[in-house]
Structure formats: C-alpha cells, structure tokens
Write a protein that binds this ligand. Structure first.
Ligand SMILES: [Zn+2]
Length: 214
C-alpha cells in the first residue's frame, strides 16, 4: 500500500505556510499512477498556495516494485541498521534493495531495474563511458554535468555523458560489461541487506579498493 500524509510547509520563497502531501511509501504494482509521478518527478514537485512558486521537496520515500522485485529507499542520509529486520525476508525472496541519495538516482534505478538490468553493470558502463569521453578528448572532466543511463536495447546499453545541455551517447554491449564484472567478482559484490548506495561514489570506491590491493 502506498501511504501519504499532509503536513504544514513554510514556503522557501514567501515564508507563508501551506499544506503539502508527501508520500512515505509508494507501491508501484498497486499504484501505477504514483510510479509514473515518481519517474516524472511530479511527486516531489510542490506549488506554494500563496506565491505560486514551484519547488522540489525530497522527503524519505520507500519505493517497492513486486513485479520486478526491488525496494528503493530514497534518503540522503545513511539509514544505519534500522531496516535490517525488514530487509532479510525480502533478500531471501530475491529482492534487490538499494538506498538512493537523490531523486535522480531513484528515477534512474527504477528505469534500470524495470529494464531487468544489473545496476552494478550500469555503473561500470557509465564509468567506462566517462573515461572514453575523456580519452577521445570530447571534453574536460569538469565540463561533465552528469552521466546517465538511457536504456538497454538488443543487449546494448545506451549511456549519455552530459555537458550542460549537450549530451553524447555511448553504446556499451552488456556482455562486455558482464565480463568485466566477472573478472573482479569479489570487488563488485553487493550486500542487499545493507540497502547499499550503488552509484558513482560506489564505483569510485571499488576502484580505490582495487588499487589498494594491487
Ligand atoms: Zn510562497
């Protein structure tokens, strides 16, 4: 079941209070319309009743998808161990559990898991695309604003390296990335019970660990 609650919110622009509805949980299979609103970002978008300015509010959200077997926890902060008891039975049923630090990470993770993709493979493909972008002298590292997963078609991942409002596509064969993951299986190991962050910081920490071992 999806669950929401109303709370009083002070507008960051005009300082007046108004009521907003925030969601604590979204169950994708039961509420496909809410799933759509998460993906479009609309669920986090609020408009002030007084000055009519629009802004985003990122509140902690537990997002679950029974069909694709994953649970995502949107929270900027580390959650510690309080979800372990909740996590164990889900992991034994084959669920993938992740924490997402930002709304963008949450949206991308939903797209990745709905595509049936391994998110570690996606992070590696994003990293490889970034390196290729630099090596081909398409731009400088500091110009890159984001590296995003687009989709997977015919076992080829499409990754886009964004520099401001421009984007360059990279096509990465899935089997190539799967091979790369296999060579360092232990390094890429994910413990779902911890609700790990599997993002850019994660892949960088994996490489640092790898360097330390060499
Ligand atoms: Zn306002």
């Amino acid at each position: 079941m999806s669950a929401s609650r109303d709370l009083q919110y002070k507008c960051p622009y005009c300082g007046q209070e108004f009521t907003i509805t925030v969601y604590d949980t979204v169950t994708a299979s039961k509420d496909p319309d809410l799933r759509d609103r998460v993906l479009s970002g609309d669920l986090f978008q609020h408009t002030c009743d007084h000055c009519h300015k629009e802004f985003m509010i990122q509140n902690p959200l537990l997002y679950s998808d029974k069909e694709h077997k994953f649970v995502l926890y949107l929270n900027q902060n580390d959650i510690g161990t309080n979800l372990t008891e909740f996590a164990k039975p889900l992991v034994s049923q084959g669920y993938r559990l992740r924490r997402c630090a930002t709304i963008q990470e949450l949206v991308e993770k939903i797209e990745v898991f709905e595509d049936g993709m391994n998110d570690a493979a996606v992070e590696l493909a994003k990293y490889d695309s970034f390196i290729e972008f630099l090596e081909n002298k398409k731009g400088k590292a500091e110009d890159v604003t984001s590296v995003a997963y687009e989709h997977t078609k015919d076992d080829v991942m499409k990754i886009i390296v964004h520099t401001g409002d421009r984007g360059m596509s990279f096509l990465i064969p899935v089997n190539m990335i799967e091979e790369e993951l296999k060579t360092e299986e232990d390094l890429y190991k994910i413990n779902d019970e911890d609700f790990p962050l599997i993002n850019q910081d994660w892949i960088i920490s994996v490489f640092k660990q790898s360097d330390g071992q060499a």
